[in-house]
Ligand binder design. Sequence first.
Ligand code: SAM
Length: 212
Amino acid sequence: MRLRNITGSREVIADSQYVIHEENWNPGSWNEIFGNDNPIRIEIGMGKGKFIHTMAGLHPEINYVGIEKYSSVLLRAIQKMEEEELPNLRFIRMDAEDITKVFGQGEVDRIYLNFSDPWPKDRHAKRRLPSGEFLGRYDVILKKDGVLEFKTDNRPLFDFAVEELEPAGWKAEVITYDLHADEKLVEGNIMTEYEEKFSAMGNPICKYVIYR
Ligand code: SAM
């Protein structure tokens, strides 16, 4: 998702108390930032933040960190926080390639990837957020018994993601190719912006939950 460059978005982000800025990145310090020992769950590529904002509202006993590459998109999530402030939600503007500079070993309890960019060209496969390269980074920051959840309507991307699991040492606890048709799995499902849009078009939503 790339919105047109919104004038002033960088300045708003630089001044925002909801954003943890690069100078304050300190792996291992998230419980200090939130001021409690609650588990930390992150969404990588959160877009405008509907999913993570809803999750944080529903689960005040869990801390959430939303990660987004583009200022113009993150701005929307900040505006949502200004309308409904949540103490257990913070944001980072970054390319997730650097995720191990932000979270320490085993610091994260759960990772969410929702409707990640497909990067359809083979030469860009390493940029896909569920690729083996990224699974290696998640392996560092995710606690031993932590899980990663991935949803997408993009079947080629999902098939690629499933193929990446075994060589990277991950296993699937759950795999579905039609989440919304599965009564049990869809229970408590929070729709993302993209999920609303693509499921309304009739696209089935794929999801896996993985562990290692
Ligand atoms: N998760 C949201 C949803 O489901 O509605 C947004 C999906 S959108 C297709 C993917 C988002 O991931 C975009 O906002 C994009 O900027 C962000 N993104 C892609 N690659 C990223 C990366 N390497 N690091 C951080 N964010 C990334």
